[in-house]
Structures are given as C-alpha cells and as structure tokens.
Design a protein around this ligand. Structure first.
Ligand SMILES: Cc1ncc(COP(=O)(O)O)c(C=O)c1O
Length: 400
C-alpha cells in the first residue's frame, strides 16, 4: 500500500517490517487484506491494554469534545487527575509532564544537576550503565551507554561516566562526592531484558548513603505494569528512587511522558527552569487517567498476574524441552528469551506464522504482549512458538 511512498518520503532511520497494518483490536493487528497478527510487540511497550480499547477511546473522545490544548500556563483537569494518580500510587510527591521518554530523561538530568550544584558547584557528575538505553536526544544519548550509537555524535554529547550493569566494582570506581545522579533501568530493555541484581541494588543504595547522590530510575519501558508491578522498582521492598522517568504506555498510545520526583526535590525547579509546550497534553492525560485507574484496579491486577504466571510456567516447560532457549529473563509481560544466534530466525519464523515478536541485544527474543492478554492469546503464542522451536531443533539435528 504505502511501502514505496514511505521509502520515498521518510528518512531512513528505521528498519521497517514489510507488513502494513490497517487496524488493531485487542491483542491483534490486521492488514489491509484482513490478515490477523498476534501482537507480542505492543508498539514496544506502549499499547499496554492492546488496540482499540473502549475505555481509552472513551476517555480520549470525552476530552476531545472539551479542548485539545490550552497551555501549561493553565490548570487542566485531566493533567491534575493523572498527576494525583501517579503520586498516590508511587513514592513521588510531584510530577512534571513531558512528551516522550527522552524528554523525561532530559528533564530529570537538568533537575539532578541543579540539585547537585545547590550542594556543591562540582557536584554535577552523571553516571549511567553500559548497555542501558535512555533515548536519542543529546542528553539521553549521552546516558545511553552504547558507544556505537554515540560515536558519530560524541562532540555534542554531555559527559557521562558509565559503569558495567550489575558490576559493583565498576560502579564503585566512578561514583564519589561529586556525583549528582546515577541513572539506570531496573530492567534493561534494549540491553537484552536484564534484571538488576539485588546485590547490585543494595551496593548502589550503600554508595548513595555514602556520597549523597540521586538514584534516577528510567522506567520508560518496564513501568506501568509491564512487570506486573505498577513501577518496576516496586519489586524491591527496601528501595525507592529519588526520581523516576516514565513515558511509552502512560498516554494510552498518545505521546506523553512524566518525571516523578520525591518530596526532597519538589522545590529544585522554580518557574522558568524548565518547560514544554505540549508536555502533559490534556487528551493524552485523559487517556492516562483511564490507564492508571485500570492498572490499579484489584480485579485487573489479580487476573493479569495469573495470566503472566501461566505464560511464565509454560515458557519454563518449553525451555526444558528445547535447549535452544538458554535462559528466560525479565518478569510479567516483559520477557526475554536467550536464544543465541537463532533470535532473528525465530522473529522471521514468527512473522510467517502471523505473530509479531522483537529481538533485542541480537540474541534475545523479547516478548511484550499486552498486559490484559487473554489465556487464548497466550495459548496461541505458545503453540506457534513451540512449532518454531520444533522446526529449528529438527533443522539443527539434520545439520549436526
Ligand atoms: C528504557 C527507555 N528509556 C528511554 C527511551 C526513549 O523513549 P522515547 O523513544 O519515548 O524517547 C526508551 C525507548 O525505547 C526506553 O526503552
């Protein structure tokens, strides 16, 4: 349909998947010729409640009939309501709304640097993890510890020191009294779905107590119930971040992000320090209110957790049966299957079977189904996935 024109008019920055979808419904996407694809991609952790969700659509429609935009100089009902929900359901005491993940991280960086400078003019050193991912704008690209992504733009990136994720010694080497913040994901998404180790987290907390820096959790991918916790840090009972950045799912599919800050940081920014025209768009916030109300509903939580357990239990069975799966990483609806060189083959074979998966860090098949997946959708995935594993195992035996 639009393949040629897409190529002709749009900058070549994405490796497009050569399928064109006309619409979506629940856990499925449909092509123009009504071919049905199971969506375990979810717009990379955006479509938390699947496609065409009535509640999200109604919230959007209701706000559309009121106003689309006012300006952040005005108080707006859906913006206040979403901020209240975020505060009531997290460590945060206040929120700043943005348009995207990268923008949330940029704002968090500015806040941390200003906080540090207020203590000591040199307390502006920023630290983040190698193999992390924090976005593509200059500040967030500097945080993204992936030298190959940074190299062509190095001259415009602010200085950030990187440690090896889950390596306590490498963190110890680079933090000191001039560190203003340590920025990290509690599950590295693009880095291959890697969970932070409790040992590492405890060491980070000890170092924070010693050097008084901020811990900033980028929960842009892992947040909003992806892991079956509202925010992924909530798994760790002895840990709360100073700042948490979110985006992706928070606008119910519309562009929105947020910076959640703890009480001690409430007054670091003063009017004029930071701002945005569209950040906290009222239509996106209205969708976010519906999303948050759903994700904090007890019945929803119970059902969603039980389906996630069902998926995990069956993946473990597949792992036992098929040694191609070397490991299962992640939690809830953010899972990574370590499959070595087979990752891209599996992704392609899934596409042939009308199922959308994604590969991260070259060797990991990433599963990001909607968090309100049905048992039928999970069963369809498991059966198609087993068929793929079967075929690969068979081909492997012939080759050997
Ligand atoms: C953990 C994490 N941080 C930040 C970003 C950047 O978000 P955005 O693409 O909305 O700028 C992403 C995007 O994939 C992400 O996964």
């Amino acid at each position: 349909m639009f393949y040629e024109e897409d190529k002709k008019y749009i900058l070549n920055t994405y490796k497009r998947i050569p399928i064109e979808f006309a619409y979506g419904d629940g856990g499925y996407l449909f092509t123009y010729s009504d071919e049905k694809y199971l969506d375990f991609f979810s717009g990379i952790a955006v479509n938390q409640l699947g496609h065409n969700n009535e509640g999200i659509k109604n919230a959007i429609k209701e706000q559309l009939n009121k106003y689309l935009h006012l300006s952040n100089y005005f108080i707006q009902e859906p913006v206040v309501k979403l901020a209240k929900l975020l505060v009531e359901n997290s460590f945060a005491s206040k929120v700043f709304f943005t348009n995207s993940g990268a923008e949330s991280n940029e704002g968090a960086l500015k806040l941390a640097v200003k906080w540090g400078r207020n203590i000591n003019i040199n307390k502006t050193s920023i630290v983040s993890a190698l193999n992390g991912f924090h976005g593509r704008t200059t500040g967030s690209l500097a945080l993204t510890g992936q030298p190959e992504k940074q190299k062509p733009f190095q001259s415009i990136l602010p200085k950030v020191n990187h440690f090896i994720y889950n390596d306590i010694d490498s963190l110890r080497e680079i933090v000191n009294e001039n560190t203003c913040c340590v920025f990290l994901e509690t599950i590295q998404g693009e880095g291959g779905v890697v969970d932070i180790s409790e040992e590492f987290l405890n060491a980070l907390i000890d170092l924070k107590n010693r050097y008084n820096f901020l811990i900033i959790v980028d929960d842009i991918q892992a947040g909003l119930f992806r892991t079956t916790e509202l925010f992924s840090y909530m798994k760790y009972k002895n840990f709360i971040p100073d700042i948490l950045t979110t985006a992706k799912a928070i606008g119910g599919g519309l562009p929105l992000g947020a910076i959640l800050v703890s009480e001690k940081l409430e007054n670091v920014f003063v009017p004029g320090d930071h701002g945005t025209t569209f950040g906290g768009n009222p239509v996106a916030c209205a969708a976010g209110v519906y999303l948050l109300q759903t994700l904090t509903n007890e019945d929803f939580i119970d059902k969603s957790k039980s389906i996630a357990k069902y998926l995990y239990k069956n993946l473990l069975k597949l792992k036992e049966k098929y040694p191609i799966i070397k490991g299962i990483k992640g939690r809830g609806y953010m899972l990574g299957l370590e499959v070595g060189n087979f990752a891209n083959t599996i992704k392609d074979m899934a596409l042939e079977r009308k199922m959308l998966l994604n590969v991260t860090n070259n060797t990991v098949v990433r599963l990001l189904p909607r968090v309100n997946s049905t048992k039928e959708e999970i069963d369809e995935f498991l059966s198609k996935f087993e068929d793929i594993l079967n075929k690969i195992s068979y081909l492997k035996t012939i080759e050997e």
